[in-house]
Design a protein around this ligand. Structure first.
Ligand code: MG
Length: 309
C-alpha cells in the first residue's frame, strides 16, 4: 500500500463545505467567516513519551485529536478543521482502520473536518494541527486575569495522572481513571460559553500549578488557591489522604480541564450556565496582586511541575 492509497483508504472521509479543496490537493484552501479570527494549535504525540506502547490505536487517535481540541476550548473557539501528520513504523491495516474510525468519530462528534496531512515511515508519532475561529477580539487569553477574579477549574483534577501512576507501578487503574487518561473530553462547549464570563483561561495539560502559573505570569498577578477546594474524585482523594502526594494533583497533568478566572460580577452568569447545562466548575482560589502562587495546605517546598525536557 502506497501513501496515496493509504490516505484514500483511511483518511478520505468525504466532502466538506468548509474547505474548497481538501485531501488530495497540495494545500487545503479554506473559507473563513468575516469578523472572526483564526486560532490554531499543534501537538505531537510520540509512542513511549505521550502514551504507553500498548495503547490501542483507537485511544491514540482519540487522545491526539482531543488534546488539540482542548487547546481550542481554552480560547473559547469554535472548531473548524485539522491536519494530520502520521509517522508509522509499518503499514498495519487493522491498526490504521481502528485509528481512522476513532479519529473520525471524535471529529464528527465535535464537527471538525480533516483537510490534509502527511504520512511518513518511522517511529510511531502523530502530529495534529487544529484550527478554529473566535469572534474578533473575543478569544480567551492567559493574559487577562484581574486582581479579585475568582479561579475555577472544570470537573475533577488528577484522575489521568493517577491512572498513569498506577500503570507505571504495574497496578490496574479503574475504568473511570484510565478513561480520563486515554479519552479526555475536550471542554469546547464550556470554553465557548465562558467567552462572556471569564477573563482568562487555559487548559490543564502540564499540571494545574504550572498552567495556572502561566496565567499569573502572563497577567502580571498572583493567586492564592486552597488545596481542600480542588475537586477530586473519590479514588484520587483516598490516594492523597494516604500519601499526601499533592504533586499528583498539582503537577500530574493530562487533565484537559479548563482553569479560568472570572470577576465576581459574573457569578450569576456562571451559576446560570452551570444550572442550565449540567456543567461542574469549582472555585479553587482568588487572583491577588502578590505576583506569586500561594497554596494553602501545601507544606512541601519542592516544585513538582512536569517538565518537557
Ligand atoms: Mg494548552
Amino acid at each position: 500500500m502506497n501513501e496515496f492509497s493509504l490516505i484514500e483508504t483511511y483518511f478520505n472521509w468525504g466532502g466538506s463545505n468548509l474547505a474548497n479543496l481538501g485531501i488530495g490537493d497540495d494545500c487545503a484552501v479554506i473559507d473563513i467567516d468575516a469578523n472572526y479570527q483564526l486560532v490554531t494549535s499543534v501537538d505531537t504525540f510520540i509512542e513511549g513519551v505521550h502514551f504507553p506502547s500498548n495503547t490501542s490505536a483507537s485511544d491514540i487517535a482519540y487522545k491526539s485529536l482531543a488534546v488539540n481540541l482542548s487547546d481550542l476550548a481554552a480560547v473559547g473557539a469554535r472548531v473548524k478543521y485539522f491536519t494530520l501528520a502520521l509517522t508509522l513504523p509499518n503499514i498495519n491495516k487493522k491498526w490504521l482502520s481502528q485509528f481512522s474510525t476513532s479519529l473520525k468519530s471524535l471529529a464528527d462528534e465535535f464537527g471538525i473536518v480533516l483537510v490534509g496531512g502527511d504520512t511518513t515511515k518511522g517511529m510511531l508519532s502523530i502530529t495534529i494541527n487544529v484550527t478554529g475561529v473566535v469572534k474578533k477580539n473575543k478569544a480567551l487569553l492567559r493574559s487577562s486575569a484581574q486582581v479579585g477574579d475568582l479561579i475555577f477549574v472544570s470537573n475533577t483534577i488528577g484522575d489521568a495522572a493517577y491512572a498513569w501512576k498506577q500503570l507505571q507501578n504495574n497496578q490496574t487503574p479503574s475504568e473511570y481513571v484510565i478513561n480520563q487518561f486515554n479519552r479526555p473530553k475536550p471542554q469546547l462547549f464550556l470554553g465557548q460559553q465562558l467567552s462572556d464570563i471569564a477573563n482568562a483561561c487555559i487548559d490543564i495539560s502540564d499540571g494545574l500549578e504550572q498552567d495556572l502559573t502561566h496565567i499569573l505570569t502572563r497577567s502580571n498577578v498572583g493567586a492564592s488557591i486552597n488545596l481542600d477546594d480542588i475537586p477530586l474524585t473519590y479514588e484520587v482523594k483516598t490516594y492523597i489522604e494516604k500519601t499526601n502526594d499533592w504533586c499528583l494533583v498539582l503537577a500530574g497533568g493530562d487533565d484537559y480541564e479548563l482553569c479560568f478566572t472570572a470577576p465576581v460580577k459574573n457569578m450569576n452568569l456562571l451559576k446560570a450556565l452551570q444550572n442550565k447545562n449540567n456543567i461542574t466548575v469549582t472555585q479553587i482560589g482568588i487572583i491577588n496582586d502578590s505576583m506569586a502562587l500561594t497554596k494553602i495546605g501545601f507544606f512541601d517546598k519542592q516544585c513538582c511541575s512536569y517538565q518537557h525536557f
